[in-house]
Write a protein that binds this ligand. Sequence first.
Ligand SMILES: Cc1cc2nc3c(=O)[nH]c(=O)nc-3n(C[C@H](O)[C@H](O)[C@H](O)COP(=O)(O)OP(=O)(O)OC[C@H]3O[C@@H](n4cnc5c(N)ncnc54)[C@H](O)[C@@H]3O)c2cc1C
Length: 398
Amino acid sequence: MTISFDNTENAFAYKTSKQLKLARFLFKTMANPVLVQLGVRLSPLAIKIGLPVKGLMRKTIFQQFVGGETLTETATVANLLGNFGVQVILDYGVEGKQGEDSFDHTTNEFIRVINYAATQPNIPFISVKVTGIARFGLLQRLNDAPRIRSGIHDNEAEEAEWENVRKRMYRICSIAAEKNVGVLIDAEESWIQDPVDRLTIEMMEAFNKQKVIVYNTIQLYRDDRLNFLHMSHRIAQQHNFMLGVKLVRGAYMEKERDRAASKGYPSPIHTTREATDIDFNAAIAFCIANITDTACIIASHNEESNLLTTQLMISNGLVPNHPHIHFSQLYGMSDNITFNLAREGFSVSKYLPFGPISDVVPYLMRRARENKSVSGHTSRELSLIEKELKRRKEAGLK
Ligand SMILES: Cc1cc2nc3c(=O)[nH]c(=O)nc-3n(C[C@H](O)[C@H](O)[C@H](O)COP(=O)(O)OP(=O)(O)OC[C@H]3O[C@@H](n4cnc5c(N)ncnc54)[C@H](O)[C@@H]3O)c2cc1C
């Protein structure tokens, strides 16, 4: 079997031509680095000071990349995807909130999302950001201080604060385990990752005994993460649990490099694109070689990496819908990969965020930055959209 990602009729069957034209307009706009730079700086500010930009965002970038402002709105999109054999990773996309009350509120929202996902045939996972339930400064302190990292807390207030974070995560994962919904814990900035990893490993040890419920995220643009994947697997074997990993290249490259340069430490990011690709593909091969006790999610828009996974599955005699291998792309990107994989029977999803516009702005700004280049990904998206619009026109379809 050879998979092709070129079939645009499959890829865009769920979109009207009007929606495709909007997508074309957006990708063209995002291909302009100056416009993106302006938008990324001004949009959060405009929303903060109450300028009337939400309406414009709702009709453009929000519609392309987000499921809706509420769970009910998002359910419509999730159902539509389900009609095409596409699954959903539901993401309550609120970021940057602070305060214990807000963290408790977010925990309750995650639980509401799990309860909803459990009633749906095509929502096997939800995603969780630890910064949604923990103070960023606390995570940074835990990351930086070796004494605290080894579990010795000097500061009672911080110890209590961390205990609350652990309890929140435990509540989320135990309800998810009860309802059989997977929990994908996102990776964010490297300077808070250590406590996130420790918490995730603790949850995997508690909940991944019989099957994989909790997944960590491995950012392979970091030069130490392939090694960390190997180490995580060893820990899982030693402690008798199954490893769950979402493999990504990583979304914070510029921020990571800027911080490393300004603070004068070596950047944790690979120095070349090729080095990232080599580690990403090596991580796929490692997971497939250990597929009996490792479940992996290939979270990527890279056609080569997705193709490589399907080839390794075939050469290892694994069925397309193997329960330990799942593919995923962000909603609004790479429909040619998602829908063509789904058509061939692979287990594949869209990562579908939802939330009020003002709360999902950081997510939207990352998508704009990610697509701000005429080369590579954006030009591929544009050429596929053009091809499908042309096909529809020639076939006399509206
Ligand atoms: C379902 C899903 C969940 C995700 N969750 C997370 C998450 O929790 N945390 C997170 O950080 N990201 C996450 N991402 C990934 C992120 O949002 C980007 O979509 C992803 O990094 C883009 O890479 P790609 O594999 O799609 O491939 P491509 O588009 O082929 O690769 C682009 C990526 O390669 C890397 N890269 C590019 N140039 C260089 C260079 N010069 N040197 C080194 N590396 C380079 C960067 O990571 C860049 O983003 C997720 C993605 C998906 C689909």
